[in-house]
Ligand binder design. Structure first.
Ligand code: TYD
Ligand code: MG
Length: 457
């Protein structure tokens, strides 16, 4: 261990400590080292291993298992992303660009919890009590009697307030502004964030209450400052959206108590965030009949189907090397789809720039949008208008074959609900869903060439 007072370099990605600055860390990350001072080991820490207390391992069969106790946040979209509510004693990180609505979401949840469950302590290192009150007046209908505010950046003070108040829910807004008086380094540095997060974890587990931590991200989407906190918390949520549009999407990237494929949708309104239940409807608003290069498709996110519009544009390229631009779909995936279109469907896109975009700024996971992307590109290139009541799903393989997608029956039901009349889908999915065919025309396709033939008929 390095001597106190000496300078060391700490990787922001994994926390590895090195005596020298390094370009690449042993964890593989580049340019992640920051300078830190080694602090003296406090006596209390040195004496932590007391001779009387011996650690004892427990046989697995004796460990109590049980359902986690969850708090209802009063916001369905948030509950769903968390996996069914806030788990007692858990640490949740919510990250997002400044101004996206993190504080608004949290104060809304705080007021609801304060109304139905008990005291909530909202600690802000960014805004004064008056500023928080202004926002609360705007977005919280009631429940504010049990909502306590504290504008403070010193963690020891915060811990004192927590001891005194014994809240049912604790919020820290934001971790980058907090500091522990026991360390010399600046707020937001690796050691400060680690120390603050550890204090919060102790408070959360000690009082068995959920703790919410707000963190800012940079423009590129990385956590501003140390990423180390992602390893410490139980759940990492990310709040995204365009600041000039109203739609906001909440996703989880890590969840020890649930899946990470759920998304929550909100709309920023005059009086706070509103839950968006009919998300498919909002993504399909602009879909027009006869539009060239537009196609409806669907993905299955978490526990619900989501319909989207995918758009493509091709234009003769001026430069020697044609452009491939994709927004919302993976660039490698787009290149693969283009190669399959060239080889298996016989269209040459070599002299063409290709742009593909998923409307609404969403980045769906999975491959069920492949077929729609291919058909949208084909439709744009050939100038064939598509029908706004037609949907396409299916994964495209390298041989041009169409592979089945998960939960196609639920996707088809959602398509029926949204008024679609035809759906292109992999043969396997069509066979399985034959019983719902009376409400919508199922068009089974075996491969991409087959799909294009049926699309142009
Ligand atoms: P905020 O929650 O302060 O963002 P963050 O904590 O992520 O930095 O939200 C800031 C933006 O939201 C601000 O530009 C104003 C807007 N807003 C509304 O449109 N309606 C509202 O009711 C509130 C409270 C904020
Ligand atoms: Mg804020």
């Amino acid at each position: 261990m390095a001597k106190a007072g000496k300078t060391i370099f700490v990787c922001q990605e994994c926390g590895y400590e090195s005596p020298k600055w390094m370009g690449q860390c042993i964890c593989g990350a580049w340019n992640t080292f920051v300078e830190e001072k080694v602090l003296p080991v406090k006596e209390s820490d040195a004496r932590r291993r007391s001779p009387e207390k011996k650690a004892k391992a427990m046989p697995l069969k004796d460990v109590r298992s049980g359902e986690h106790i969850r708090l209802d946040t009063g916001i369905n979209e948030l509950n769903r992303v968390l996996g069914g509510g806030l788990v007692q004693g858990s640490l949740t990180l919510i990250s997002g660009e400044p101004g996206i609505g993190k504080s608004t979401l949290i104060i809304q949840a705080a007021a609801k919890i304060a109304k139905t469950i008990g005291r909530v302590l909202y600690v802000s290192g960014e805004e004064s009590e008056e500023q928080i009150k202004l926002r609360a007046d705007r977005v919280c209908k009631d429940g504010v009697e049990e909502l306590f505010l504290l504008a403070e950046t010193n963690m020891e003070e915060v811990m004192d307030a927590v001891e005194q108040l014994k809240p049912a829910f604790l919020i820290i807004d934001s971790i980058q502004t907090m500091y522990s008086g026991e360390l010399e380094s600046a707020p937001g540095s690796v050691s400060q964030v680690r120390a603050c997060a550890n204090l919060l974890m102790r408070a959360g587990k000690g009082l068995d209450i959920p703790v919410f931590i707000v963190a800012h991200v940079t423009k590129s989407g990385d956590l501003a400052g140390p990423k180390i906190i992602e390893h410490l918390v139980d759940c990492v949520l990310n709040f995204t959206g365009e600041r000039n549009q109203e739609l906001r999407i909440l996703r989880s990237y890590k969840n020890r108590f649930g899946t990470t494929s759920e998304i929550g949708a909100f709309e920023m309104a005059e009086d706070g965030l509103l839950e968006v239940e009919n998300l498919s409807g909002s993504f399909l608003e602009g879909l027009e009949d006869g539009a060239e290069g537009a196609m409806a498709t669907a993905v299955y996110e978490g526990t619900r189907p989501l319909l989207l519009e995918i758009q493509a544009l091709t234009a003769p390229s001026n430069a020697g090397f044609p452009r491939r631009t994709s927004l919302g779909i993976d660039a490698t995936r787009l290149n693969m789809i283009l190669a399959v279109l060239e080889r298996k469907a016989g269209i040459s896109l070599q002299g063409q720039d290709v742009y593909v975009n998923i409307v609404g700024g969403l980045r769906p996971e999975g491959t069920s949008t492949d077929l729609a992307a291919a058909l949208a590109i084909y439709s744009a290139y050939k100038g064939i208008g598509s029908c706004a009541r037609t949907l396409a799903i299916g994964e495209i393989g390298l041989t041009g074959e169409l592979r089945s997608v998960r939960n196609s029956d639920k996707i088809i039901r959602e398509a029926v609900r949204m008024g679609f009349t035809r759906i292109f889908l992999p043969v396997k999915n069509a066979v399985k869903s034959a019983d719902i065919a009376k409400d919508i025309e199922l068009i089974p396709v075996g491969n991409l060439r087959d799909a294009i033939r049926k699309f142009t008929e």
